[in-house]
Write a protein that binds this ligand. Sequence first.
Ligand SMILES: [Mn+2]
Length: 464
Amino acid sequence: MQPIKFIHMADTHLGNQQYNLPERKRDFNKAFNWVLNKSITEEVDFILLAGDVFNSNNSEPETIAAIYQMISEFKNNSMQNLKREIPIIAIEGNHDKSNISTKRSWLQFLAELELIILLSPKTNNKEEYTIFKFVPYSENKKNPGMIRIKDTCIYGIPSYGAMTKTYFPDIYNALPDSSDTFNILMMHFGINGQVINKLGFEMSEDLKLLHKKVNYLALGHFHKKYALPKNKEWVFNPGSLEVTDAREIWENYPRGIFLVEVHDKENPNIRHIPWVKGKSESPDEIPNRFFADITIDIGKNDSSSFKEALSYILESLKIILEKKGTAHLKKNDLELPIVLLTLNGTISYSRLEVNINKLKERIKEKYDVLDVRVFSGSVKSEIDGIVVDISSEKSLEEIEKDVFLQLIEQHPDYEPHKNDIIQLMLDLKSSILDPKKNFDQLRNQIKLWWRSHISLPQGELNKN
Ligand SMILES: [Mn+2]
């Protein structure tokens, strides 16, 4: 076969303004642009983009403008440097899908502008999809299901969510028997067991059967790199290009892109190019935002108040953050860190004293960081009967529900009515805040609730 070389990436999540920071949106663009430039220096034949190109189909104009500009420049650069264009071949991931109200996805729009080639098989639009045809790009440039480049055939299926796995037999039947070509199938789903707490599909017999017709299954969806099965890999997932979730840092996910060279279709040469924290001089590392993962035990210093703990935290951070010497950095520099600060330990004062916002403020005043995220869910107090998880990731409503739940759980008698009581407490809270309601009305509200939920002799309540 004619040798080919390609890049396989996925989950670029463009437009992701993580933590509400405009810089983060730019970081995602930077990582994407890095891969486009890399594909020129590597002189690849094509790029695979296996879904979740955008973080959302509700992308803002500036996200669309940025991708338009990046791909246009990339096309010009490849024409200049290689005298040819490098096709970008994509499928829709779950994040790219249009919804009923929008009908059209941004990826479809980019395909209409001929910036990318979007693959999707022709389906009968009855109740359930039956995938029946991969229309070649050479026959229909508007709605192709496959494209042939040299001796390589690339087929693409968009994400159909949980239904996707039911189509494996249909996909198998629709794929031609072409043993003389190198066959790539692009899909968007995860495989069970690869990422903790993330549900995917099993390596079922239906899925394994695809290997009879597919040499390289190019996946996206899970943000972690993996290649399966271990003894003879043919299923590949590159992982996301940037950090989309703190968990990816805590669990140290390998992520990046695959650079694949095929001379002998039974033995493709597959290299993973990984991400790296901050900038890098190496052409074989994808620069990402620097995340500083720091854990501090605030029970360890015997502080008797949060004020004391605060100085201890700031002092502990000094050693870690000042060593980095980030003072000269601008917000756009990838070296300027986002601090993921996990607090744990047992404190001698109330958890209600732990003021996360003040802590964040003080850290930002004192150190050069892009942002601070504080996770304090596992801090315990010696004096609190109730443990309040005041981590920044919880909404006020969730915290309230937690508190109410714990109050109720202290009284076993209330247990059977737990959820109803929480609802009553939430209702009462909003009644108290309503200036139009007076005390009698509140008392009646409780009485009514009591009568409809718990049958007690009438006299009991009227006493109070
Ligand atoms: Mn994704």
